[in-house]
Design a protein around this ligand. Structure first.
Ligand code: 5GP
Ligand code: ZN
Length: 118
């Protein structure tokens, strides 16, 4: 399912260019256009799910896949290993949660501090 008005659906479809980090059958990852940290990329399901508020038990396999992949992608993108290194994983949900793009996504931020934000 895609939403023709959704920015991230357009990025996944290649209608808007992005700097790809990773792609498989279910997920797409790309560099954030306005990074807060030396490493800052976004991971999105290819399925248009607006936010975590729409998750149901049938999404559990997708979420498990996503959560176990994020640490691998973080290291591959240059985050240093735990515990001296590490990374911050953020998901904003809804307007009061700071969500601007309503296609569920995970921010992965890391690299040497200080960061611009976060
Ligand atoms: P949110 O505030 O919804 O959690 O995060 C949306 C993120 O998408 C922001 O960090 C913003 O910089 C990023 N973003 C917005 N538009 C684009 C775009 O066209 N391309 C890319 N790569 N990132 C975008
Ligand atoms: Zn979408």
């Amino acid at each position: 399912m895609t939403d023709t008005h959704c920015l991230f659906c357009k990025i996944i479809a290649g209608q808007i260019p992005s700097r790809k980090v990773f792609e498989d059958e279910h997920l797409y990852a790309f560099h954030d256009i306005a990074p807060w940290a030396p490493v800052h990329f976004l991971v999105v399901p290819k399925l248009h799910i607006p936010s975590m508020a729409q998750l149901t038990p049938e999404h559990a396999p997708l979420m498990g896949h996503l959560m176990t992949l994020l640490p691998q992608l973080a290291l591959a993108q240059g985050c240093r290993p735990y515990p001296e290194g590490g990374y911050r994983i953020v998901t904003n949900t809804g307007v009061e949660g700071g969500q601007e793009v309503h296609h569920m996504h995970w921010h992965v931020m890391g690299g040497p501090r200080p960061w611009l934000r976060g």
